[in-house]
Design a protein around this ligand. Structure first.
Ligand SMILES: [Zn+2]
Length: 242
């Protein structure tokens, strides 16, 4: 998948309006290279793992890779769980080294992380979190483990369930522990920037993605239908989504 990277020198020459160039999306969020005009750039994106995976899923739908879309939506949900667990631990002032020791015991198994999320959320907010329904879990398992090819409608249903789960969770976290959300974002950004080593000049950028933890969700969030419309995705009947 491709992503847009901003060139600071081109942008300065453009009276400060951002000038982007296209690069292949990278696992570590660090983009070191040259823009089409030859300016050297070292750019770190602040996109969180679950946000990147969600955009990869949406682009897979655009490219008609439905199996891959479900797999990336499912991975996005799992990485959101990790983000939330880290935020809730920060909220309890858990020592980072203690957290990492505990994380090691759940890091290899997503079902353990789901359990950690459900109960950290429950004890934090005295309510149960939104999780994937059993029909969505069945669909996911059929696709990922049995090689079933999902229909476009199934992909959109799974995407919408994943989207609402994550947005409702982020809404809750932002409303109750915004400082910890921001601190986790800073920590994630710091780990990305560490990969620069002594590379200068360097810069950071916010890439527009469907999910973005820095968005204020207190008054609600865009519907999944609005999101897919923004990606030019048609519903199975060819109608423009409502
Ligand atoms: Zn440039």
């Amino acid at each position: 998948m491709r992503t847009n990277i901003v060139c600071n020198q081109c942008s300065q020459a453009n009276k400060g309006f951002a000038v982007f160039y296209v690069d292949t999306i990278r696992d570590d969020g660090v983009y070191i290279g040259r823009c089409p005009k030859g300016h050297h750039n070292a750019v770190a994106t602040q996109t969180l793992r679950h946000e990147m995976l969600f955009d990869i899923a949406l682009n897979a739908i655009v490219d008609k890779y439905h199996r891959e879309a479900i797999s990336s939506f499912a991975a996005s949900v799992e990485r959101y769980y990790e983000f939330a667990i880290r935020v809730l631990a920060k909220n309890r002032k858990i020592d980072p080294s203690t957290f990492e020791i505990s994380w090691k015991t759940v890091s290899a198994q997503s079902e353990r992380q789901l359990g950690a999320y459900v109960f950290l959320y429950t004890v934090s907010f005295n309510e149960s979190p939104v999780v994937l329904s059993s029909s969505m879990i069945t669909l996911r398992n059929k696709v990922i483990h049995n090689g079933v090819l999902p229909t476009l409608q199934e992909v959109l249903d799974f995407g919408e369930a994943s989207y609402d789960l994550i947005q409702k969770g982020i809404q809750k976290l932002r409303a109750n522990c915004l400082d910890d959300v921001n601190n986790q974002l800073v920590e994630s950004m710091r780990k990305t920037i560490e990969k620069f080593g002594d590379q200068f000049p360097r810069s950071t950028q916010v890439t527009p993605t469907a999910l973005n933890v820095i968005q204020d969700l207190s008054a609600g969030y865009r519907t999944f239908q609005q999101i897919i419309r923004g990606y030019g995705i048609q519903t199975p009947h060819g109608e423009a989504p409502q």
